[in-house]
Write a protein that binds this ligand. Structure first.
Ligand code: HMG
Ligand code: MG
Length: 299
């Protein structure tokens, strides 16, 4: 059966905006997050405390994050790649962080400038320190379903990284299809293997990019397996600057359209969310790639 309710982990302000050619002004980002919250999203990934030279689009994290205080009972997770990132996030009072590992050696090097095991070794004390501070920790695993340099990624390799993050103390995992090549059968196989390896489904979120148009089908496969946390990006913004061939995330509007059609609760007001993505598209100077945004805004 399908879950009665899904928690949407909104990544537009982070995964979406990290990939924009031009930096978006900080007040526009703050307004974007505020509108997402007003549309009913309750987990809104706000920004990343990464090296400003690596991701200049998010170099304003110190300015942005304090502007998001006072949004009410909203979780605002932030990405941290290392100790320095954790210090920056904790200094501003972040209560949720995400570390981001890779299932492949190539992407660990491209994205973190470290090998796979070396990057896990960097995360270990970061996760421990965050947990000691009472901070919730998400562990992303990128390239779970395919890698632009290495091609197919063995399921066992993904499971090894997931287990390592869990053993460190991550509260939840997010399985990243960074380049959007997954198909539903592949999703089912990975989830089944993770369960066999002792990872419970309730600790697993899914993070699909929509490069091959499979993101919704993959999401449905995950829901049928019992997954209740789904990452999506308002308007379908997104991609990773350090991954060849990464395009936008699953659009939150497309996700909400499907979930509400299935009678699954999200707490999201689709009209307000669509209006937010139309507004954001005006700021960015190009239309949203989301089919649902297009359909609802051309009525
Ligand atoms: P590095 O160059 O190896 O850094 O980069 P380092 O550790 O050698 O340090 C060099 C200098 O950078 C030092 O300064 C550090 O203090 C400073 P110096 O002593 O020379 O003056 N530094 C920092 N400054 C500010 N904030 C920091 C920080 N860390 C070091 N956090 C590093 C290594 C990890 C920092 C770099 O590779 C990096 O920032 N990478 C981030 C890449 C990124 O953000 N990618 C996108 C997010 S992942 C994603 O999109 C995938 C996901 O959506 C899931 C999916 O789709 O699969 C999550
Ligand atoms: Mg992503």
């Amino acid at each position: 059966g399908l879950p009665a309710r899904v928690r949407i982990h909104e990544v537009g302000a982070r995964d979406g905006l990290q990939n924009e050619q031009r930096a978006v002004p900080t007040p526009v980002k703050a307004e974007f997050v505020r509108r997402l919250a007003e549309a009913g999203l309750t987990t809104i990934e706000a920004t990343s405390f990464v090296h400003p030279k690596w991701v200049p689009q998010l170099a304003d994290a110190e300015q942005l994050f304090p502007q998001l205080a006072g949004l009410g009972n909203i979780d605002l997770p932030v990405l941290v790649p290392n100790q320095r990132g954790l210090e920056r996030a904790l200094a501003l009072g972040a209560r949720r962080i995400a570390v981001f590992a890779s299932a492949t050696e190539s992407f660990a090097k491209a994205n973190l400038n470290r090998g796979l095991d070396e990057s896990l070794a960097v995360f270990e004390p970061v996760v421990r320190q965050a947990k000691d501070a009472g901070v919730h920790v998400r562990g992303y695993v990128s390239m779970c379903f395919g890698d632009p340099w290495e091609g197919a990624v063995p399921l066992r390799q993904v499971a090894r990284v997931c287990t390592a993050l869990r053993d460190m103390g991550c509260d939840e995992l997010s399985l990243g299809d960074t380049i959007g090549v997954a198909t539903p059968g592949h999703v089912r196989e990975l989830l089944a293997l993770l369960n066999e390896e002792g990872v419970p489904t309730h600790e697993i979120g899914v993070h699909f990019h929509d490069t091959y148009g499979q993101a919704l089908a993959n999401t449905l496969a995950a829901l049928q397996h019992g997954v209740t946390t789904v990452d999506a990006s308002a308007g379908g913004l997104g991609g990773c600057p350090y991954a060849k061939s990464a395009t936008g995330n699953l659009a939150t509007e497309d996700l909400v359209w499907m979930l509400h059609g299935l009678g699954i609760e999200t707490g999201v007001d689709l009209g307000r969310l669509t209006a937010t993505s139309v507004w954001m598209a005006e700021q960015l100077g190009r239309p949203s790639p989301s089919r649902t945004v297009r359909a609802l805004s051309h009525k």
